[in-house]
Design a protein around this ligand. Sequence first.
Ligand SMILES: Cc1cc2nc3c(=O)[nH]c(=O)nc-3n(C[C@H](O)[C@H](O)[C@H](O)COP(=O)(O)OP(=O)(O)OC[C@H]3O[C@@H](n4cnc5c(N)ncnc54)[C@H](O)[C@@H]3O)c2cc1C
Length: 302
Amino acid sequence: MNSEIITSLRWKKFSVLDHGFVCLVDVMGDDSAIVQAARVSYGDGTKKVSDDRTLLRYLMRHQHTTPFEMAEIKLLIRVPMDCWRQWIRHRTASVNEYSTRYSIALDCTYGTVPNAWRTQSEVNRQGSGDCLEPEVGQILTDNEQQFHQQARELYEQRIKQGVAREQARKDLLLSTYTEAYWKIDLHNLFRFLALRMEPHAQYEIVQYATTIGEQIIQPLFPNCWEAFLDYQLGSVRLSRLDQGVIARLAEHNALPATSQQFLEHQDPTWKTLERSRERDECYEKLQNLGLIKVSVQNSSTS
Ligand SMILES: Cc1cc2nc3c(=O)[nH]c(=O)nc-3n(C[C@H](O)[C@H](O)[C@H](O)COP(=O)(O)OP(=O)(O)OC[C@H]3O[C@@H](n4cnc5c(N)ncnc54)[C@H](O)[C@@H]3O)c2cc1C
């Protein structure tokens, strides 16, 4: 365990969004604690054939997950409530959250700057598209500021008039920040990071997950982090259908393929469908792998 790294990280607030942060409160274990746990199952022999890094990479590659549960981290986070709503779905963490029943809600909301208002994605019902024009964004930001102020005033009026905190809070905005202690083992943390660092996740939670990963986990668990990037975050899952498309394209010497060739050799079950999410996802995977020639998506694959 590198105590210097821990000392330098503990209680250091890494800023996220406008008023949010994550900070390390405590950590149990390091790369070698995970290796040590794994060697219980593989025995001393492992030491001879693989060094620690190789063993960790093997464990991550083959989803031998329990050794990663031997390490834990505890964070203090400040996060807007809408983002926290996604975060809290990761049930394998232990959580203790700031109580707005007991204390006055933080006077702190997540504001959006004029050039950061995102359009609804046309291809992903859960996602965002491009940013709106800054002139439109300015109006939205001005309105948002007024609305945040009104909501806070309403809350404070209620408190002043003697309304119980547990009731006064009911109209607090989802953009209000909350704080929580969040403790999780490394295996489940990597699952959280894999889901929340990937590009389709919501921008706000990506910022938190990336900060936790890059600022805290990378220095504390360098070999685990490297293996996570290589075998989880940076890996691509190819379904049997995806593999079939690649095999047919290769068989017809059509790699890299044009959009038209992709459509010709798509999975037979997608052919009759005007829209197919699975086909779109396959196209995107091939594109990311450099197996599609053009970057402009064919309309029937979008
Ligand atoms: C792109 C995306 C869209 C989403 N959309 C929605 C949505 O629309 N609505 C919504 O409600 N949620 C949504 N979620 C949340 C999602 O359904 C999961 O709750 C969340 O991602 C946490 O994943 P998890 O259950 O694997 O993690 P954890 O809760 O940390 O659990 C980790 C693992 O522990 C095991 N586990 C935990 N609890 C149980 C249990 N009770 N029984 C059996 N096994 C358990 C499972 O193997 C699980 O994979 C979305 C998530 C993503 C990434």
